[in-house]
Design a protein around this ligand. Sequence first.
Ligand code: HDD
Length: 688
Amino acid sequence: MDEARQTAAPAAKDQDLARATQDPGPHLTTNQGLRLADDQNTLRAGARGPSLLEDFHFREKITHFDHERIPERVVHARGAAAHGYFQVTEDLSDLTMASLFRDPAKRTPVFVRFSTVAGSRGSADTPRDVRGFAVKFYTDEGVWDLVGNNIPVFFIQDAIKFPDVIHAVKPEPHNEIPQAASAHDTFWDFVSLTPESTHMLMWVMSDRALPRSFAMMEGFGIHSFRLVNAQGQAHFVKFHWKPRKGVHSLLWDEAQKIAGKDPDFNRRDLWEAIEDGDFPEWELGLQVVAEADAGKFPFDLLDPTKIIPEEDVPVRRVGRLVLDRNPDNFFAETEQVAFCPAHVVPGIDFSDDPLLQGRLFSYLDTQISRLGVNFAELPINRPVSAMSNNQRDGKLRHRIDRGRVSYFPNSLAGGCPAHSPDAMAAFRTYAQPVSGQKLRVRSESFADHFSQATLFWNSMSPWEKDHIVDAFSFELNMVGTVAVKQRVLDELLVNVADDLAARVAEKTGLTIQSTRRSQPHQQASPALSMDRPADSIRGRKVAILAAEGVDATQLGAVQTRLHQEGAKTEVIAAVAGSVKAADGSALPVDRPAPNAPSVLYDAVVIPGGAAATALAGMGQALHFVLESFAHGKPVAALGEGAEILKKMSLAPGDGVVTGTDVDKVMHELVLAMKQHRHHGRLTAAVPA
Ligand code: HDD
């Protein structure tokens, strides 16, 4: 068998990682394996005297601690990750020779890291921001990294502007304010002068930037890549990840509150889903364009600020990504994982997208700065296929390369490691013809910055448009420099849509001072809207309010029904421990009210009977229901529970379900939860 191509069995990476993983041993030792008798006291001269330099144990322990931190990622510093696998559902040999895409029986191990972009490593999970969606495939032909985002376009068209857009969005350099937020002068100053960012801004100001769960967001490779088959034929391809749980988001008000109540909200959700066996899953989708058709679009396929509308080139679903194991150690795996778009395997190649071209350089460079030149040797980064070359030495080299030969060509080692012939699927760059003058220019074909921003706007449902208007207005109202806000309105938004510009002008107290450059088109792409029900409520969290006198049988029926649907439930009461049920039993409480704000749940159930009367007198319970209602969440009130709704003038209907038949009410609640949220509610007068 070809040694360089061991088979990546599903557990291949797990087995590899197991070699580096260990449980704590029974005896405390130094790093040199010396057993210790006392780790509580430094060595000192006399019981109350000064510490002694001789205390090698103290010095080793403190020195190691002093050096525990590595530089955080310059972007995408905050993240969470999980192990899993990828499997194609059909043989894609017609498109690519990549082995992971050819055999539906093969499971390729993956490690996937999700992230926010602007915040520091310790920032909250829920700012308005793009989410990273980086997938490392440990294929039997080498590591392939698909380093994407949850938004299919980018702010800039050329990688040379990346430091600028990031400097602009990061906390301002003089006072390091604000953390993990684009709502400040420098970001809007930059984008207002960079019209190519308009399409991306529409996405970032939409609810896409506030995912309810990593498992409920789409992922995109963004650039056009190339798939190359064994005959050397290439197709352009855009990669999509389609979540099995549907695409759902938080509201801005929720996202802000969650940032304080549970800053680990998305990270926790990912961790718990995997621990519960509710494995996050996505389908891989491909939009494939023949090389000959590349010029047939009204935009340039190489322009990363453009999508190919799904209605024009359908997304072909070809595989599944499943995350089924949490990391053992955050630092060793999630922090040290090093992605790089230049990590490809035979059958996957690049396009000339100038953003992608720049990324091919930047990531290797950043990993060296973060982790050192031998980062590829770290357990989480090393391939499952055999690795052998003449690179040597460098800080923290782990491998012990035997022999006297570290050069090529050589005869002393029999010419090894040797070039691989084509039959062994070695990587060969796609032989794309290239010619031209050296120019520092932007192609004319990249010049239209507004058509797809308008397409996005036209494709939104009324509530999605409302949220976009509110987001632009919120952000601009945080900007101090009036000229900057005015420029966003006059240079960007007027060129997207009249109503968008007018509505943002009204909410920001500005007056439009420019006219549109061209007539906006009326086209829409329905696939861009998130206004679509989910087919299940798996992984959603339902709060069940409880108080003394609660009907334990009724509550049990509620739990059983929701658990059957794959939802999670938590019983919330005034204090921790248990509540006394009507039948005298002690009903366990999952969380006391002060630890259980409504923003952490997807729906709420109010029980009937004596508990309803007790809850009606509890401010925290009333606030919970009011806030859930104001956030458009499904609310179910059983029997007397409906009195609480009446008391607060919350009308049934539109996701508020009431009744005495538990089965029927739960059935309606599940349907309402599949809608996720009920935006039609008139909530302006609700005090929450
Ligand atoms: Fe990037 C990290 C995604 C443009 C330079 N990027 C990083 C991560 C993701 C992306 C998901 C985090 C990976 C992880 O979890 O460790 N980046 C993108 C996407 C882009 C993009 C989808 C546009 C389509 N990035 C981009 C450009 C440059 C970089 C144009 C530089 C020229 N990105 C980096 C970086 C990072 C990074 C500085 C920081 C940490 C790291 O690489 O490992 O090299």
